[in-house]
Write a protein that binds this ligand. Structure first.
Ligand code: NAD
Length: 249
């Protein structure tokens, strides 16, 4: 039990095949009280109920500062503390550079980058009061290698922005004993890519990956658990690749 009695908030955590829900499940198995935070349409309360008793689901839009603050206030009211934040909410769009509209840019950057900032801002005061906390930000291999497989350049930019934001927060918040780290997943089979790749294309991609398979949500959940737990107490500002060797650098 690596997270006994810790309170973990996971944004975008209600997608049952997604990285967030796999992380929620693993953290719950490790003793955390989990807060699944997601858009109303994703039904976070129903997702939280699947984790068992003692976990809650909250509706929040990470692009809306007031919504993030209200959600964290509700967490404090229910549990009195926040130990772990996983900034997982994200969307992607397949676009060529010249086709990215202002609206596309706003949509993709707002969820991953603005959302990471707003949710971090919302939990930091509570973490500072306890002089303890772990913030895990989900970036992407797309930020490191100039595109993953599916997202356009604006997605790469959003995820590169997450790396920069997380590193700067790590430097600033170290004095408060708050750790901030990133995970850069490779291609993981979730709803984000559902129906967008044929089985033949997936097999071709797998051949280019040293571990010879696409990732599974639990591969990323394990990395989140490590960064959230006391196993990683001297890690801050790091980028943990979970990509099967797709990018070795
Ligand atoms: P997913 O689509 O299954 O889950 C994303 C979740 O984010 C959904 O539950 C969605 O409702 C939620 N969300 C979207 N906008 C939101 C908002 N404004 N406020 C709150 N929640 C919101 O996708 P996934 O594959 O599990 O992706 C999770 C994260 O991992 C994303 O940040 C994604 O960019 C990143 N990532 C995924 C992969 C991959 O291959 N699956 C690779 C690298 C990075």
């Amino acid at each position: 039990m690596l997270l006994n009695d810790k309170v973990a908030v996971i944004t975008g955590g209600a997608s049952l095949n997604g990285l967030g829900f796999a992380t929620a499940r693993l953290m719950a198995e490790h003793g955390a009280r989990v807060v699944v935070l997601d858009l109303a349409g994703a039904e976070p309360a129903a997702a939280a109920a699947k984790l068992g008793v003692g976990h809650i689901g909250l509706v929040a839009d990470v692009t809306d500062k007031a919504s993030c603050e209200a959600a964290v206030a509700a967490v404090i009211e229910s549990f009195g503390r926040v130990d772990v934040l996983v900034n997982n909410a994200g969307i992607t769009q397949p676009r060529k550079t010249v086709d990215i509209t202002g609206g596309d840019y706003d949509a993709v950057l707002d969820v991953s980058l603005r959302g990471t900032l707003y949710m971090s801002q919302a939990v930091i005061p509570a973490m500072q009061r306890r002089r303890s906390g772990s913030i895990v930000c989900i970036s992407s291999v797309s930020a490191q290698r100039g595109g993953g497989i599916l997202g356009g350049p604006h997605y790469s930019a959003a995820k590169a922005g997450v790396l920069g934001l997380a590193r700067a927060m790590a430097r600033e918040l170290g004095a408060d004993s708050i750790r901030v780290n990133c995970i850069t997943p490779g291609l993981i089979e979730t709803d984000i890519s559902k129906g967008k790749l044929t089985d033949e294309r997936k097999a071709e991609i797998a051949q280019t990956i040293p571990l010879a398979r696409l990732g599974e949500a639990r591969d990323v959940a394990g990395a989140c658990l490590y960064l959230a737990s006391d196993l990683s107490t001297y890690c801050t500002g790091i980028t943990l690749d979970v990509n099967g060797g797709m990018l070795i650098h």
